[in-house]
Design a protein around this ligand. Sequence first.
Ligand code: GLN
Length: 493
Amino acid sequence: MEFGCMDAQAIAEGLRSKDFTAREVAEGALGRIESVDASINAFLEVTPDLALSAADAVDDAIAAGAIDEVGPLAGVPVAFKDNMNLTGTHTTCASRMLEGYVSPYTATCVQNMLDAGAIPLGKLNMDEFAFGSSTETSAFGTTKNPWDLSRVPGGSSGGSAAAVAAGMATITLGSDTGGSIRQPGCFTGTVAVKPTYGVVSRYGVVAFGSSLDQVGPFSRTVRDAALAMNALSGRDPLDCTSQECSVDFTSDLNAGVQGMRIGIVPEFMNAKGLEPEMRAAVQEAAEKLEAQGAQMVEIDLPNAAAAMSAYYVLGPCEAFSNLSRFDGVRYGYQDPGHKDLNSQDDASRAKGFGPEARRRIMLGSYLLSAGVYDTYYYPAQQVRTLITQDYTRAFEKVDCILAPVSPRTAFKFGEVSDPTTMYLSDIFTISINIAGNGGMNMPLGLGADSHLPVGCQLIAPPFRDRNMLRVAAELERLYGSASVAPRFAEKEE
Ligand code: GLN
């Protein structure tokens, strides 16, 4: 049996009725990784010992009659983006800079999943330090899209998306600063949630843009995403931006959309770069939701067009500041043979970071320099306020917004070679990080032309993430839940 292909509910039922043990689930998932990851390269590290000991702990608890105490994700195979610390495993951020670095502690988001009973399979590939939209900037090879191995899985959480799409894990975690959960979710046909800023602790997650970063789950069902959110959310004294959160994210999944007000943004739907099949997919979702009793409302986000410019000021500035800690002394690659600290520092950073990371660092350094700061950083913060106000106004009229995630379906390796075109991948996702709302990809089957996964973005008001999950659950009833990439599965059988 392919356990990574099962959802959390099926695993819980199987364990409860003693159809299988958690050890069998762990072994099944590890076996699947062994047989398929050579062609996908989603995993940077596999952790069989941790997986099997976590599984045995679940089985011991069940044998002792404590089945109700094993946790809501008991026996569920999970894996983590490689910017998340897990004691004793490598945390490389897919960078030469951190090659060989071993986590001395565990991130709160990872610990929360383990405390819920999940089985940790390992660490997942990503764009270097989460800079990118294709996982092509990883220093350790690209990750392939399980729907078409000649195409990218999106990024930066490409490994997290591909591991779920290929049936290697039931739930994975990614991080999203400008779209890095939602866009790979769209490219791989997975449910992919970026919670409201503050819902999930970032303690132990290597920072990119601290005012934008948020951790969230990938899964094949909306219910699994909600279960993961239950495990992940809440105040963590180790991350001062995390908030108290006592909601049950599964509570509205069966509520339907009757009477819900769902916003459509004409600026997004009519955007020049939006491919016809993506537009058609989102439009069809809108029509179906309307037929189920939702009220579709046109809304205006007049400043959203400036989001991209603001993000490529704020993001690099924060990245420049966060990445200054990688100096080859306390962390990371140290170039040998230097007599003074400055030349050692220069050489270590020049060799340790790849081209995209260096581009962001240099851009941030320039943008924050005296004389330049007032021209870019300060106005970018003002734009941020305007965008946030746009969303506040919009959410007075609607409970959730329906939008595209990505302008197009998964592209081929090497197809997008200039940085600016790559940056445009996130044109529909970035404003959500800037305002701090919740946003998610909901798969909508395959595109009529490309036969590749298409999806829509659902955007929720801050701390109303349940609204988007409720709409997503309705779409799942209408479209069926996301499947493991079948073309890829065929190849393996
Ligand atoms: N693709 C965007 C970037 O390169 C977003 C990345 C992310 O969300 N981590 O900045």
